[in-house]
Write a protein that binds this ligand. Sequence first.
Ligand SMILES: *Cc1c(COP(=O)(O)O)cnc(C)c1O
Length: 220
Amino acid sequence: MTTSLTDRWNLLHEELPVSARLLAVSKGHPASSIRELAQLGQRAFGESRLQDALPKQEALADLDLEWHFIGRLQSNKVRPVVKAFPVIHSVDSLPLAQRVSRIAEEEQVLPSVLLQVKFRPDPRKGGFDAESLLAIWPELSALPAMRIVGLMTMAPLDCPTSDRQALFAECRALADRLALPECSMGMSGDWRDAMAAGSTWLRLGSVLFGARPVSTPAMG
Ligand SMILES: *Cc1c(COP(=O)(O)O)cnc(C)c1O
């Protein structure tokens, strides 16, 4: 069975509840595919590498798109990321959050930020653990030049299927406790579990675009 990008976008939208939005993860895919989805009404696109994203943003500057940064954010890339992305899903430490706020202030922008949280041990990924996030929440929420709108999480690769919904539910519960509306959770392999647990941003790449033509390392 072959389906087109347009078919897959339409099929995904039939399943999305009104509470969840699709973040089209376009890393590794060309500007022409992004343009095709934009014509269907897709506005939010996720990229994980600054240097790949910038030329696409330039090629698509005629469209009104909302760019989300979802990759691991290196401190030396904060300035260009803050300038190019109004939404950042991957702020994973207090020093990084402080740096984002300071640079955003200098650049006179106000990014929307999701804090990346790790609910299970995972040496491959960064992220706050839930307890330290609660402990430093007063400092985080006082940062002047960012709007903290939610939490982001990823299930570890070896997370048993049976534990995924519980993990995503923990993320939803922590976001609720902090009165944060957004939960960025769910990728191609686990988005239905994330959706059932209250995800508001499903970050979908391969299930939408097909396999990535160029390999991009898993980020985060
Ligand atoms: C690549 C990526 C995705 C999308 O992954 P798929 O499995 O292709 O849907 C989602 N989130 C992050 C942080 C990513 O790096």
